[in-house]
Design a protein around this ligand. Sequence first.
Ligand code: ARG
Length: 399
Amino acid sequence: MTDRVVLAYSGGLDTSVAIGWIAAETGAEVIAVAADVGQGGEDLDVIRERALACGAVEAVVVDARAEFADEYCLPALKANALYMDRYPLVSALSRPTIVKHMVDAARKFGASTISHGCTGKGNDQVRFEVGIAALAPDITVTAPVRDSGMTRDKAIAFAEEKSLPIDVTKKSPYSIDQNVWGRAVETGFLEDVWNAPIEDVYSYTSDPTVAREPDEVVITFVDGAPTAIDGAPVTMLEAIQQLNQRAGAQGVGRLDMVEDRLVGIKSREVYEAPGALTLIEAHRHLEDLTVEKELSRFKRAVEQRWAELVYDGLWFSPLKRALDEFVASASVHVSGDIRMQLHGGRAVVNGRRSQASLYDYNLATYDAADTFDQKLAKGFVELWGLPSKMAAQRDHRLS
Ligand code: ARG
């Protein structure tokens, strides 16, 4: 039987050429797999037809939007996942979703190999290959752009020679990756880290400096998951989509940073993630109200580690799985409403309420209703400071 290769297909020049390139190089039949993770853009049927026209023996397109939202974005929200305290892991979350569907397709079509179009300089090659290794250790991975000299010039020449139905002149000055959780833009004039992004770079967000009326939104959460917006029930996918619109219209969610890639390179990245960053901000504020102090402090360290593992391509790793259990457990009682104002590029929380609130008015107040017994503080403070006091006395004695 002819060998079969499953290719992660985007519909763009590189992966369209890769279909014929892999076939010519290996003699294998190529099965193109495209996943819809809410990237918008071209119709998936058009992408499917193009894959077949470029020589794929099968082309599979999967609507993975709800799965991506529920199984990848939601755990990231519960973990308040921000790599380097800023980046909400847009691309890092979509790659394991895509990997899962590629492995499923490889099994279904009896393919021994999975192929992707990444270069050797980025994180996405790692996420694909480590993800595949974790789900299907028997499967071989190939990467024609990285490993068999499929440069852009050669790809264009190949497309012209074979008359592939793809517009080789259509080249964006940027490398863009987008999905419902956000949008990543790199390369072009952004590679000079002193150059400010121009409005042209953005598509999920409006210019935050333009004057407009603020928008007030109430987000309801149950156990860390958004369940309603302004009282109307939503799925996770709908919550992200609606907030992408509303927060994006107020210029919320833009990010410009220099990022540490796993491969050691520092890269300039511009992101927009209006829905993701609004949800994370709301979720953190609800945690402040409902999560017990020690759990809350400890969770911060777990969040950072979780974000690094996912960034580094270890979505399907034992540590990441174990941390998921912790995060899920810490999310019980993160239920209630957060009111926030979206305006001028910022999402600002201005109200919170919860049946699971740990905020006690009578303990917190400085009014007559005060029930806090201040006498208890005296001994507590004395004992709390005892180790520092002892050390200071020792230092004084020995100096
Ligand atoms: N630097 C980001 C990350 O590693 C975004 C990568 C975007 N990928 C791309 N092919 N443009 O998650």
